[in-house]
Design a protein around this ligand. Structure first.
Ligand code: MG
Length: 253
């Protein structure tokens, strides 16, 4: 009986103190010396740091190859307007070539760190639908379905992900829909800028919790803001300083 009470206490305590999980924004690149955002090196750093997840941005070339880059352009060249053949030698700032999604997933597979896959909006809904199809197929090819979570600013992409794979975990980024609206659309979470939760709609964290909608916040690089969100019970924070926030978590264990 004593053991049972102890177990119940531990489970209860663990639930009560569930910590905010840290996601490295575009990988962990803010190292010393720094490396490039969205590089394989940044993903490896995030894996070594043992964060919950490592985020990265997916875009599509003109001939339908998925590549990893935040901006529409790389070194002044528009990704969506070029075939992969003419883009593959484009370098990131750390000297790596522009990575394909396939190459990125192969590195992702080497660790259990979650892959937080952002699909960037495209010029038409048709192109976005194609990006979703190709992304889900590639994730399936490497059997990474349980290790991958999806985010997007495009509501069409978020809906299409759920339509094509109802089991995919999807969070919406734009900040214009309430947790109730997100739940009604069948999307799993709200991943919003911290001002949305801390200023504009101070009731949304609580509303999301009550509805079972996942809460994630971007891009928090200030420890005081992190602590505020942690205290409010936000489940995930996406940051350029994952090492600093993991230390805050440690100090609060
Ligand atoms: Mg992103």
């Amino acid at each position: 009986m004593k053991k049972l009470i102890l177990l119940a206490t531990l489970v209860g305590a663990n639930f009560y103190h569930a910590q905010t999980q840290v996601i490295a924004h575009r990988g962990f690149w803010k190292t010393n010396p720094t490396t490039a955002e969205n590089s394989i090196a940044a993903l490896k750093n995030a894996q070594q740091l043992k964060v919950y997840g490592s985020e990265f941005d997916v875009r599509m070339t003109k001939d339908g190859v998925l590549v990893i880059n935040h901006d529409e352009h790389i070194n002044g060249v528009e990704i969506a307007a070029m075939d992969f053949k003419s883009l593959k030698k484009q370098k990131l700032s750390n000297g790596e070539n522009l990575s394909t999604l396939e190459k990125y997933l192969k590195q992702g597979k080497k660790s259990e760190v979650k892959l937080i896959l952002e699909i960037k909006p495209a010029k038409t809904p048709e192109l976005e639908t194609e990006m979703v199809e190709k992304t889900l197929a590639m994730v399936e090819k490497y059997k990474l379905q349980n290790q991958t979570e999806y985010i997007s600013f495009s509501l069409h992409i978020a809906k299409e992900l759920k339509k094509q794979n109802p089991k995919a975990l999807v969070q919406y980024l734009a900040g214009d829909l309430s947790p109730q609206e997100i739940k009604n659309l069948g999307i799993d979470g709200v991943d919003y800028h911290y001002n949305v939760f801390l200023e504009k709609h101070q009731d949304w964290i609580e509303q999301a919790k009550n509805l079972g909608v996942i809460t994630n916040v971007w891009t928090v690089n200030d420890s005081e803001i992190y602590k505020k969100l942690y205290d409010a019970g936000v489940q995930f924070v996406t940051t350029n300083t994952p090492d600093v926030f993991l230390n805050i978590n440690k100090s609060r264990e």
